[in-house]
Design a protein around this ligand. Structure first.
Ligand SMILES: NC(=O)c1ccc[n+]([C@@H]2O[C@H](COP(=O)([O-])OP(=O)(O)OC[C@H]3O[C@@H](n4cnc5c(N)ncnc54)[C@H](OP(=O)(O)O)[C@@H]3O)[C@@H](O)[C@H]2O)c1
Length: 315
């Protein structure tokens, strides 16, 4: 079926007005940070959902479509199905990203018996990565590994670290220094990804703590001088990671580190989890505000009953 040039022009104009409205919506919900923009996103709040928010003023609906009967608030002549599809940010390779195959790397998740560690272990193993869970006791590690399946194994933290190429640190801040100090030998030469958020909680909610070294990541670098320390995964919700009903997690992961080849490996590992995009976000000396930003996300989650993530726009 063909359409007249007038009809096509009218469709294009309507589509352009939706694009402009979307751009306004994005600008209204984002904060400028030196040219790039940090877009706080509740789960699934990509552009498709922002469209829906403008249509309904409400939250999500299955399939990301406006409910029937709400076409009346669209520009005249434009129906929900006419809105041009968008490409998810995670499907677009960042400029200058080298193709890196990290599928053969063994990943140990230290403190992997908690929700965050389990979630990361589950997602990475699901993607085909060989994963080991570490714990202070072999029994707890084995139990968590058996529960998750997917070929995941469980050992004490030292043995897990020794057998890994990459170690992700998911212990609580309170146990961070002692855990890493004890693993200096086992982690020598390894790529370490610190995901720990030093946080305090009081009657007013969560707040970021500034460690003496500047950040948890810098404390890790100080305690592990023979390792390649990076930081990432601070803003990933354990609830989303551990929910097997969720196939894609809609968020960017800020990756920090002082060596480009290492942050590229972390970004490649991140990209193995559907929906995630690893974005280089600076050197370790800038890790504190990234770690502390979780306090803001906790406030977002409480206010909006969400599992918020982040998107960096314009890249
Ligand atoms: N939960 C989230 O949504 C989330 C999101 C992003 C980042 N994070 C960060 O990820 C880390 C882990 O979070 P989580 O909620 O999974 O924590 P968690 O459940 O409190 O702790 C994780 C595991 O660490 C071990 N552990 C507990 N206390 C320890 C100590 N004093 N020393 C050494 N190991 C200890 C425990 O394993 P064993 O008893 O088996 O050793 C525990 O299962 C935190 O630093 C958090 O800031 C969490």
């Amino acid at each position: 079926m063909t359409s007249s040039p007038e009809a096509e022009a009218s469709g294009r104009s309507a589509a352009n007005s939706v694009r402009r409205a979307l751009k306004r919506a994005v600008n209204e919900t984002s904060r400028d940070v030196g040219g790039a923009t940090v877009l706080l996103s509740a789960r699934g709040t990509d552009l498709a959902d922002l469209r829906q928010h403008r249509w309904t003023g409400q939250g999500h609906s299955p399939g990301g479509r406006p409910p029937a009967g709400r076409d009346d608030v669209l520009p005249q002549g434009l129906h929900a199905t006419d809105v041009p599809p968008t490409t998810a940010p995670s499907e677009q390779p960042l400029p200058g990203t080298p193709p890196l195959d990290v599928s053969g790397q063994v990943v140990a998740v230290l403190g992997g018996t908690g929700p965050q560690g389990r979630g990361l272990a589950y997602r990475l193993a699901l993607a085909g990565q060989q994963v080991t869970i570490g714990s202070r006791t072999t029994e707890r590690a084995e139990a968590a590994a058996a529960e998750l399946g997917l070929g995941i194994t469980g050992f004490d933290n030292a043995r897990a670290a020794r057998g890994a190429d990459i170690a992700i640190v998911t212990v609580p801040w309170e146990g961070h220094a002692a855990t890493l100090a004890a693993l200096r030998g086992e982690l020598a030469g390894k790529l370490v990804i610190d995901s720990v958020n030093p946080l305090g909680f009081d009657a007013k909610g969560a707040y970021g703590i500034r460690p003496q070294e500047g950040s948890a990541a810098e404390q890790a670098a100080a305690l592990l001088p023979d390792s390649r320390v990076t930081a990432a995964f601070h803003h990933l919700s354990a609830v989303l990671l551990t929910d097997p009903a969720i196939e894609t997690i809609d968020t960017d992961v800020l990756v920090l580190g002082d060596t480009r080849s290492d942050t590229d490996i972390v970004r490649a590992l991140t990209a193995r989890i559907p929906g995630l995009r690893g974005v280089y976000a600076g050197r370790l000396r800038n890790a504190h505000q990234v770690e502390a930003l979780v306090a803001n996300l906790i406030s977002v989650n409480r206010r909006y009953k969400a599992h918020a993530g982040l998107r960096i726009t314009d890249i």
